[in-house]
Design a protein around this ligand. Structure first.
Ligand code: UGA
Length: 469
């Protein structure tokens, strides 16, 4: 099928490249010409595992191309996926001007009828508005436009895996024709009959084929917002438990493991730490809150989850301040900048707030991340960027681990301990093993987990309840 993808960000590029990978002819475009230039040079404007290889392979196979010519791109596809960003406005609403612009472009430039699919995360009823906009902008057009919603559930860092081996594909449609087209587009994935699998080198683990859920357009839009908000709730709940664990001398890792063994709860998204970041969860919760408020629904549950998340950095810094006494003139290294591992994305990354707060306190901040240094440099040009974690550790008085890159676990921590001015680690993701860190000489602080000595001290300091006296 001939497919156009509008938007070459994280979602658009993965969608376009993977649709080509399963056999479709795809043209991707973006109104940021610099992105198209980078793609024409054979590079990617983002880092995402496996994506580069898929792009190169499908460009060579002539199934994938990129153009900055928006009208040409629109005319190419029988189906158009809208993968345009919907960033938060100051009031928390999603900015839908990009989608409106896409509607105008499609309506005015099309030379055939199209199925227009929203993949961007949008508030419920956006499909209706998109349909109306296509009608208004295309009122003199002889072509017709159907609208469908096909929310993405791609996690950055494993987006290609998620696209090719999803748990579910949700399609929100208003007519039979759109449903048939979407079923046809996703047929290789629904049957798990891929031409090849770049993620597993063609040796894919046995997995049930994904479920195809066909809903109304409104429901599909809501499934996306409701899913991301629920994930945010789960993380904030784990962080609340972490705070209770720290106050009472329990271990959050043990508690969430025990909870997750109940299949009704499940183990995923119960990892305590310095909070959720990225361009999806924080903005989607905010937009969902705004949506609920507009229609008069009590959204205090979501507000609490957001509030807990906002306070994670404060709590983490309070712990650091307790260990360091003051931050002024202290040499502090931040290990990990991306909002999570396997991406270079720093949007709403907890590490960015850590840097800002430490600079406000006039600490000397050095940083290291395997992928996100260039993007961070654009935001904080004057901090020190280190070539590797050992340079970061050299002379530091504390290391703060903000992203759980797997390679950080494998570092020579004994060497790092020797290099540091003071061997102090604040592990914001509970990545490292406390006993191992203490064995090589570190003062180690995790999240929601105290050392045995700290737990005993906390217990001794606890006032006895009247009944226990
Ligand atoms: C999220 C959803 O997981 C995807 O399903 C969705 O498609 C995507 O948003 C989107 O809307 O496009 P993503 O933003 O890539 O994906 O990242 P997540 O894996 O959800 O992680 C979000 C944040 O939560 C990260 O900062 C991560 O470190 C944090 N997190 C995650 C925790 O603190 N604890 C956990 O247990 C899990």
């Amino acid at each position: 099928m001939r497919i156009t993808v509008l938007g070459c960000g994280y979602v658009g590029l993965v969608t376009g490249a993977c649709l080509a990978e399963i056999g479709h002819s795809v043209v991707c475009t973006d109104n940021d010409e610099s992105k198209i230039d980078i793609l024409h040079q054979g590079a990617l404007p983002i880092y995402e595992p496996h994506l580069q290889e898929i792009v190169v392979h499908n460009v060579a196979a002539k199934r994938l191309s990129f153009t900055a010519d928006l009208p040409e791109a629109v005319r190419f596809g029988d189906v158009i996926f809208i993968c345009i960003g919907t960033p938060p406005l100051h009031n928390g609403d999603s900015d839908l001007s990009g989608i409106d612009g896409a509607a105008r472009l499609i309506a005015q430039e099309s030379r055939s009828s199209k199925l227009v699919i929203e993949k961007s995360t949008v508030p419920v009823q956006s499909g209706q508005k998109l349909s109306r906009a296509l009608g208004i902008y295309g009122r003199n057009s002889q072509w017709s436009f159907s609208v469908a919603s096909n929310p993405e559930f791609l996690r950055e860092g494993s987006a290609v895996l998620d696209f090719l081996h999803p748990d579910r594909i949700v399609i929100g449609v208003g007519d039979q024709g759109s449903q048939l087209l979407l079923r046809e587009i996703y047929r290789p994935i629904l049957r798990q009959e891929l031409l090849r699998c770049p993620v597993h080198d063609d040796d894919c683990p046995q997995k049930n084929p994904p479920e195809l859920l066909v809903t109304s357009i409104n429901s599909a839009e809501l499934i996306k917002h409701a899913s991301n908000s629920f994930l945010a709730l789960k993380i904030s709940y784990a962080n609340l438990i972490a705070d209770i664990c720290e106050s009472m001398g329990a271990n959050v890792e043990e508690v969430v493991r025990g909870m997750g063994l109940d299949p009704r709860i499940g183990p995923a998204f119960l990892k305590a730490g310095i909070g959720f970041g990225g361009f999806c969860l924080p903005k989607d919760v905010q937009a969902f809150i705004r949506l609920g408020e507009k229609v008069g629904v009590d959204v205090s549950l979501l507000k609490d989850a957001e509030h807990i998340n906002r306070r994670r950095i404060e709590g983490f810094l309070a712990k650091a301040a307790h260990a360091l006494w003051t931050f002024k003139d202290k040499h502090i290294g931040i290990l990990g900048l991306a909002f999570k591992p396997n991406t270079d994305d720093i949007r709403f990354a907890p590490a960015m707030e850590l840097i800002s707060r430490l600079l406000e306190e006039r600490a000397h901040v050095s940083v290291y991340d395997p992928q996100a240094m260039d993007k961070t440099r654009a935001l904080f040009p004057s901090i020190r960027y280190c070539a590797d974690p050992y340079q970061l550790a050299d002379g530091a008085e504390a290391l703060m681990l903000a992203t759980e890159w797997a390679e950080f676990k494998e570092l020579d921590w004994a060497r790092i301990s020797r290099l540091m001015q003071r061997p102090l680690v604040l592990d914001g993701r509970n990545l490292l093993d406390r006993s191992e860190m203490e064995r090589v000489g570190f003062e180690y602080h995790g999240v929601g987990v105290l050392s045995t000595a700290e737990a005993e001290a906390r217990c001794a300091a606890m006032p006895l309840s009247p009944g226990a006296r």
